[in-house]
Write a protein that binds this ligand. Structure first.
Ligand code: ADP
Length: 477
């Protein structure tokens, strides 16, 4: 079966058929999908525009019921849908099932939020005049997502977009179309009116660009690479569209001399290597104070030695494959750049074979200097750099010495240092004695500097992007 695009309430074939690969088993692709033509995107945008007026004023009970139904289905089918995710994206089965459940909770959270769309009422400074401040939907929103969280990232864009009364044109990453199709199928069966939600699959250059360029798309929420995000911002903002970008990180995990060693090693292993390091919140810089350095490194290497790399759906593995050949080339290329710049490889970074043909790379650790590219640029793979700090102040300065600012972590038992770090880390999110990756679904997500642009995603803060404020003055006489 070819998984088709979903446009104006209909399942439609595209210009060509694409194949979705299984990075754990390249000889057994996951399935086929329809790749949309530019004309399909234009049709989807027109359908969204036509549906916008009715949906923007639709009953919030109806929106809540629809989103709740999708949330419930994700939770009920989390094992089966999680297995698909593991096969298509390559994260381990427990991680994939966890992500599916999280997507379910996101839909249920925004089902509740639909009922809580509020405003403010004030007296005017002019006698007899009342002022109402209300939130209205933005209109047609384009949602462009990456491959690393095939359900959760679309969920945290689609659910608030619909909850607040917007119509959606959704373009998932080319590597994970079948997961995106599952979301569309659930939304379709939940009974969304035609045109309110549309799925168009295919390349960024064609399908994504057609969304970005179209003047009927009022807002674009994008998660992906910095290069694409910056281009997208120029084009979309240039034509007056609202833009929200999430573009990655080079997240520091600071380990101070007084850290609980088990907590610190757990945070480092989980943050750096789980999900194959393919998370924008991954800890890719381990900044370790000199006094604990030897002990921390010893304990970390012992843990790394027992991490199992293997096929995503195999029981007992910790780390699945790299998502595709292009990402694998990037990972290996960065390891080479690091060696060329004089970084010292400590462990891992080796291609390994398993019973199926896949992109299996062992978690890599390198000792680096702060100015090296491996310590500054996002790799998006199971690669962490170790930097040594002379003091807390030095560690904080190293943590902040980055063009990115998504998440910053610290392991310490000192309330003083934890509080100072929480206040002074230049990041949108801070973790104390926790991995930098792994966030809640009901609170804001986003970063500073080169990591993000525009309002935060998730939680109640999602309203900042998906609604526009109206101030109404009424003189009743
Ligand atoms: P990643 O490496 O995480 O896939 P990308 O930035 O390449 O990051 O892709 C993120 C999303 O942006 C994907 O859905 C991709 O297809 C899309 N995309 C890529 N290029 C463009 C573009 N020129 N215009 C719009 N979307 C694009």
């Amino acid at each position: 079966m070819v998984h088709r695009n979903y446009i104006n309430g209909q399942w439609k074939t595209g210009a060509t058929v694409g194949i979705s690969q299984n990075p754990s088993d390249l000889d057994h692709p996951v399935g086929e999908y329809a790749r949309a033509a530019a004309a399909d995107v234009i049709e989807a945008i027109a359908a969204a525009r036509a549906a916008s007026s009715a949906w923007s004023t639709s009953s919030v009970q109806r929106r809540a019921d629809l989103l709740d139904q999708v949330g419930n289905e994700l939770l009920e089918r989390k094992d089966e849908l999680g297995e698909l995710l593991a096969r298509e994206e390559g994260k381990s089965l427990p991680e994939a099932i966890g992500e599916t459940a999280r997507a379910g909770y996101i839909f249920k959270f925004f089902a509740g939020e639909a009922l809580r769309i509020g405003g403010e009422h004030l007296s005017s400074v002019r006698p007899g005049v009342e002022v109402d401040i209300t939130r209205e939907p933005v209109g047609v929103v384009g949602l462009i997502t990456p491959w690393n969280f095939p359900y959760a990232i679309p969920a945290w864009k689609i659910a608030p977009a619909l909850a607040y009364g917007n119509c959606v044109v959704f373009k998932p990453a080319e590597l994970v179309p079948l997961c995106a199709w599952q979301l569309a199928d659930m939304l379709h069966r939940a009974g969304l009116p035609a045109g309110v939600f549309n799925l168009v699959m295919g390349s960024g250059r064609l399908v994504g660009q057609a969304i970005v360029d179209h003047r009927d798309v009022d807002a674009i929420s994008f998660t992906g690479s910095q290069a694409v995000g910056e281009d997208l911002r120029r084009v979309a903002a240039g034509r007056g569209a609202r833009v929200q970008l999430e573009m990655g990180g080079k997240n520091p995990l600071v380990v101070l001399d007084d850290a609980d060693i088990d907590v610190a090693v757990d945070a480092a292993v989980q943050g750096s290597y789980y999900s194959t390091g393919q998370r924008c919140t991954a800890s890719s810089r381990l900044i370790v104070e000199r006094g604990i350095h030897a002990r921390f490194l010893g304990a970390l290497l012992r843990r790394m030695a027992v991490l199992k790399v293997g096929a995503a759906t195999e029981r007992g593995i910790d780390i699945g494959p790299v998502v595709d050949e292009s990402q694998l080339r990037t990972d290996l290329n960065y390891l080479q750049i690091a060696r060329d710049e004089g970084a010292e490889p400590i462990a891992g970074g080796e291609l390994v074979e398993r019973s199926t043909r896949g992109h299996f790379l062992t978690p890599a650790l390198l000792r680096a200097e702060p100015g090296m590219r491996i310590a500054r640029e996002e790799v998006f793979g199971p690669v962490a750099t170790l930097l040594v700090a002379d003091s807390y102040e030095h560690a904080l300065a190293l943590a902040n010495d980055s063009p990115f600012g998504l998440c910053a972590g610290i392991c310490t038992q000192s309330l003083k240092h934890a509080s100072h770090f929480k206040r002074h880390a230049q990041a949108g999110m801070v973790m104390v004695n926790l991995p930098t990756a792994g966030v809640d679904y009901h609170v804001p997500f986003g970063g500073r500097k080169g990591s993000s642009y525009g309002p935060r995603e998730q939680g109640r803060y999602a309203a900042e992007f998906f609604t526009t404020v109206k101030t109404a003055y009424v003189f009743a006489g």
